[in-house]
Design a protein around this ligand. Structure first.
Ligand code: SAM
Length: 603
């Protein structure tokens, strides 16, 4: 290890963890062949140019790229995937091998030194061995490690080939040592296959590190923590306990999350001599070592104590979106840029804008906005940040063309998701319809609601209260148009069927059902004082549920039905209610089906 680098690291280790750790660190790094190799790498690294495109506004250098190779998985882990499953992108939306390698090469030439393959489940990607081999060819450009995170179901036989082709680091996900619990957590059999893969990995000569990822869920596998610790007695493995993180559709609950500090307490009680070990540079895990154990422990506290300040990661989803943070729903499609013929310079400029948009840190546990993010299975990997739509800034291609922002929010909802990708803006910045030709036809429904506030006189009229003077001429005029509720209901249904004529880029849909209800309601005005007699407010709530079997959702149809229904109430009542009425609170209350899954709006 070069003097300069080792002295810098030693003082950093000493500053951060104290002299005990420094001793440990020094003993383990001074003269080993690995340290020599690292020194060489550091030297090459120092001579390489690091592209400013990979440095964010908080001076974090992003030299670690996680590439999701597929959205498919051979397990159904409940914390990773909604129970109803996820709708996979059409095959032609997934990056091809050549596209993966092109982007990987661009990132490596720009400064990335570590690549990790993930998914979905990376081992289900056809031609994975070839991808690893081609990534390995990027070493002369500065790539230092090729890692993979896998569930190990289909690994043990193929592992030697992957290692031969260049795989250097393996993270195996295994949350329980109990085969029955395994089936509960993953909704699939295969525990013994994972154990075989673990054994193959531990016997592999070529792998530089083997880690075990354990997502700890209270009441499910937290009782196994000490059993996992025992694995480190004679196995050179790092067992990493990961805090259960919220993602769209994974039914996260704070009560199910066991903070790393609690786990460390449990382990410390059993092993009081446990000591803090130096972390790998930019590692997400805080490392600990039990004297005498061959392996080590890591705690990934993404929720209780994030590690954003040292975050050096970028993610590429299987469908070619770049994500700058796991919990940030913003995505930029590098695939679309590549397929429209963007040059490497243009791609790097798009990447640079995304990196510049990276926030300083993700929200606290209470505030993490799962609502806008993808389920984990469609992202891959571990590590977080709050989803917030950035103010949309204009961006320009290198040739000066104005682009609308490439900010995509594909997932949104409190219990599930909805699409906020600016789908009606093409990569040339112009309005376009979404091509749904390759999407599957699925059952979809949406319920929207809204309200019209009306004066008491109008309320009495629609409820046919005995207060109404039906001989009054204005009342008679209002009634001459017909029954307010029935007319509004029919208008809502007719309006719903015309949605694609009214909203320019909406697709015409084959609606299978529309049901509309209008309910007069009387409530206390929120602004009223106690004892204030006249403080009641009167309204009619319109609710529309629309169903179809199609390729796009029916939220627009439900919203249109409600809007037209309420406007019709206005028209019907204006003779008695005048212009004081107010229409508002038009929302999507619920939706089912489609790629973004189910959504129910909170209170
Ligand atoms: N299929 C591969 C696997 O199982 O390792 C790679 C993809 S998986 C999404 C990557 C990692 O994310 C796994 O280690 C998994 O345990 C972790 N993970 C998934 N959902 C999580 C959640 N809700 N909280 C914490 N970690 C999660």
């Amino acid at each position: 290890m070069s003097y300069q680098r080792s002295s810098w690291l030693c003082s950093a280790v000493s500053r951060k963890y104290g002299p005990t750790c420094l001793r440990y660190y020094s003993q383990n790094t001074r003269t080993t062949p690995r340290a020599k190799a690292q020194s060489k790498i550091a030297h090459i690294d120092a001579q390489r140019q690091f592209s400013p495109a990979l440095v964010d506004s908080f001076h974090r250098r992003h030299d670690y790229l996680r590439i999701s190779l597929t959205e498919k998985c051979n397990l159904r882990c409940f914390y990773c995937m909604p129970s109803e499953g996820v709708e996979l992108s059409p095959a032609d939306h997934i990056l091809t091998d050549d596209e993966v390698i092109r982007l990987a090469g661009l990132f490596v030439r720009s400064g990335v030194t570590k690549i990790r393959l993930t998914g979905g489940e990376p081992t289900v990607r056809k031609g994975l061995d070839g991808i690893i081999r081609r990534l390995n060819e990027l070493r002369p450009l500065g790539l230092q490690s090729i890692g993979m995170t896998t569930n190990g179901i289909a690994l043990h036989r193929r592992l030697p080939l992957y290692v031969e082709n260049g795989l250097t680091h393996l993270n195996l996900s295994l949350d329980t040592l109990d085969p029955f619990k395994f089936e509960i957590m993953t909704r699939r059999p295969g525990h013994d296959a994972v154990l075989r893969s673990l054994s193959a990995a531990l016997h592999s000569q070529g792998l530089r590190s083997v880690k075990l990822n354990v997502v700890v869920v209270k009441g499910l596998n937290d009782s196994e923590v000490l059993d996992f610790v025992k694995l480190t007695v004679d196995k050179n493995i790092s067992v990493r306990f990961i805090e259960f993180m919220p993602f769209t559709g994974n039914k996260w609950d704070k009560a199910k999350m066991v903070p790393s500090s609690q786990l460390l307490d449990i382990v410390s009680r059993e092993y009081p001599s446990i000591t803090r070990a130096p972390d790998e540079l930019n590692d997400t895990a805080r490392s600990w070592k039990i004297p005498g154990h061959a392996g080590s422990l890591g705690f990934i506290s993404s929720m209780s104590d994030h590690f954003c300040s040292s975050c050096n990661r970028l993610r590429l989803t299987a469908d070619g979106q770049i994500k700058v943070c796991l919990f940030d729903a913003k995505e930029v499609s590098l695939r679309d840029e590549m397929r429209r013929g963007a040059s490497d310079r243009e791609l790097l400029s798009v990447i640079g804008r995304a990196v510049q948009g990276k926030q300083e840190k993700h929200a606290g546990m209470e505030d993490i906005d799962v609502i806008t993010n993808r389920p984990m299975i469609l992202i891959g990997g571990i590590q977080p940040r709050k989803s917030r739509v950035r103010s949309l800034s204009r961006s320009y291609l290198l040739d000066g063309t104005l682009l609308l922002p490439h900010i995509h929010r594909r997932w949104s909802s409190s219990s599930s998701q909805s699409s906020l990708h600016l789908t009606h803006i093409g990569s040339d910045g112009r309005p376009c319809m979404v091509d749904v030709g390759s999407k599957d036809v699925t059952k979809r429904s949406a319920t929207a609601s809204g309200r019209i506030y009306i004066p008491r006189s109008a309320y009495d009229l629609v409820t046919e209260s005995s207060n109404v003077d039906f001989t009054n001429k204005t009342i008679q005029k209002a009634r001459s148009k017909g029954d307010v509720m029935t007319v509004a209901q029919l208008a809502a249904i007719m309006g719903c069927k015309r949605t694609s004529d009214l909203i320019p880029l909406c697709h015409p849909l084959q609606i299978s059902n529309v049901s509309v209800t209008l309910t007069p309601e009387r409530g206390v005005c929120p602004a009223s004082q106690p004892g204030d007699e006249g403080a009641l407010e009167y309204s009619i709530k319109c609710t529309a549920t629309v169903a179809c079997e199609g390729k796009t959702g029916v939220e627009m149809e439900a919203l249109t039905a409600v809007s037209i229904g309420l406007l019709t109430v206005w028209d019907m009542l204006k003779a008695v209610a005048g212009k004081e009425m107010k229409i508002g609170e038009i929302i999507v209350a619920h939706k089912t089906g489609g790629k973004s899954g189910d959504f129910t709006r909170g209170p």
